[in-house]
Ligand binder design. Structure first.
Ligand code: R5P
Length: 299
C-alpha cells in the first residue's frame, strides 16, 4: 500500500519533498487551536493498513508535541500499519543531565514520550553531548541525518579560503569533519555558559588563520549569544568578518537581527526549521532516511 506522509503546519516543504521522493501520498490533516487553546486534530485520509509518517520539526516543542501525539494516536486508532515521525529538529536534547538537585532530565523524558507515540524517528544532528546516541533515550529505532557533508559543500561553493571555527568543545565533532572534507584548517574556541543568555568565550592559543575567512559553525543558533560572543573575540584579534552557519535556525526572539547587527558577514542555516536564513537543503537526505521506515519489510 502507498505510504502516507502528513506535514504539520510549517513543515509543508519538507513533507512535499519526502512524499515526492518516496512516491508516497501527501495526506491532509487539520491541526488547529480551539479558542481555549486546546488542540483540534483531524486526519482526512484513509490510513487503514498503511505506513504513516508525520513531519513536524520540534522547535518550540511545547506547542507542538501534544497535537503530534494526538495525531499519532488517531492514526493508530484508524488502523495505520505503522506510525513514524520526521522531526528535522529534535528538541530538549540540551537538557541531558541533572545539573542541580531536582532538575528534570528532559532529554530522557522527551525521548520516552516520543517513543510512546511513534514506531520510529528520523532527525537531523540532534544535540548529543553527554548522551552517546539517541539509543540512550529512545526505545524505538531512530535514524540521524548528518548535515556536515552538505555544510562542507555549501562552504566549498561559497567561501574562498575558509577556516572553520567551532564556538565550543561540543562543536568539534562537526567542525573537524567539515574542515577535513574541505581540506581547510579548523579551530575550536572555549565556551563557558553562565546562564540562558550569558556565555563567555576564550580563544585557544592556536593559529586562528587571520588571513582566512572565518566560518563559525554550530549545531543550533538559539539566543545567538554563543555566535555573538565568538564573533566579538574574533573581531578583537583582527579576524575578518565571520560567516555564521547553524544547522538549526531556532533564533529565539530577536536573535537573528542581533546577530546581523553584531557584524556577521552572512548567516546561513539548513532547512530543518523554516527561516529566512535557510540556504542548505536537507530534504533529500531526510527523504532517503525515511525510505527504510516506510518500506513494509522493515516494520
Ligand atoms: C550548545 O552547546 C549548542 O551547541 C549551541 O552552542 C548553543 O545551544 C547555542 O545557543 P545560543 O544561541 O543560545 O547561544
Amino acid at each position: 500500500m502507498t505510504p502516507l506522509v502528513f506535514a504539520f503546519p510549517g513543515n509543508e516543504a519538507a513533507g512535499q519533498a519526502i512524499a515526492r521522493t518516496l512516491d508516497a501520498e501527501l495526506g491532509q490533516c487539520e491541526i488547529r487551536r480551539f479558542p481555549d487553546e486546546e488542540s483540534y486534530v483531524q486526519i482526512e485520509a484513509a490510513v487503514t493498513g498503511r505506513a504513516v509518517a508525520f513531519v513536524c520539526t520540534l522547535d518550540r516543542p511545547d506547542q507542538k508535541f501534544l497535537p503530534l501525539a494526538f495525531a499519532a494516536a488517531t492514526a493508530r486508532t484508524l488502523g495505520a500499519a505503522s506510525v513514524g515521525v520526521v522531526a528535522p529538529y529534535l528538541a530538549y536534547m540540551r537538557q541531558d543531565a541533572s545539573f542541580r538537585p531536582g532538575d528534570a532530565i528532559s532529554a530522557l523524558h522527551f525521548g520516552r514520550f516520543l517513543s510512546g507515540s511513534f514506531d520510529w524517528l528520523v532527525t537531523v544532528d540532534p544535540h548529543l553531548h553527554r548522551l552517546r546516541s539517541l539509543d540512550d533515550i529512545f526505545a524505538i529505532p531512530t535514524t540521524v541525518v548528518h548535515a556536515a557533508p552538505a555544510l562542507s559543500e555549501w562552504i566549498r561553493t561559497n567561501v574562498r579560503n575558509p577556516i572553520v571555527i567551532g564556538p565550543d568543545g561540543e562543536s568539534e565533532q562537526w567542525v573537524s569533519q567539515i574542515a577535513a572534507n574541505l581540506g581547510a584548517p579548523y579551530a575550536v574556541l572555549q565556551k563557558e555558559r553562565h546562564g540562558d543568555r550569558d556565555v563567555s568565550i576564550t580563544l585557544p592559543r592556536t593559529d586562528l588563520g587571520l588571513g582566512r575567512t572565518p566560518v563559525l559553525v554550530d549545531d543550533m543558533i538559539s539566543t545567538g549569544v554563543t555566535m555573538i560572543e565568538a564573533m566579538r573575540h574574533l573581531q578583537q584579534v583582527g579576524a575578518r568578518l565571520p560567516l555564521c552557519i547553524g544547522v538549526h535556525a531556532i533564533f529565539a526572539d530577536d536573535a537573528y537581527s542581533k546577530l546581523q547587527q553584531a557584524g556577521a558577514a552572512n548567516i546561513v542555516t539548513c532547512n530543518t526549521i523554516a527561516h529566512v536564513s535557510n540556504a542548505i537543503d536537507l530534504h533529500g537526505l531526510l527523504a532517503e532516511a525515511v525510505r527504510a521506515f516506510l518500506s513494509p519489510v522493515t516494520i
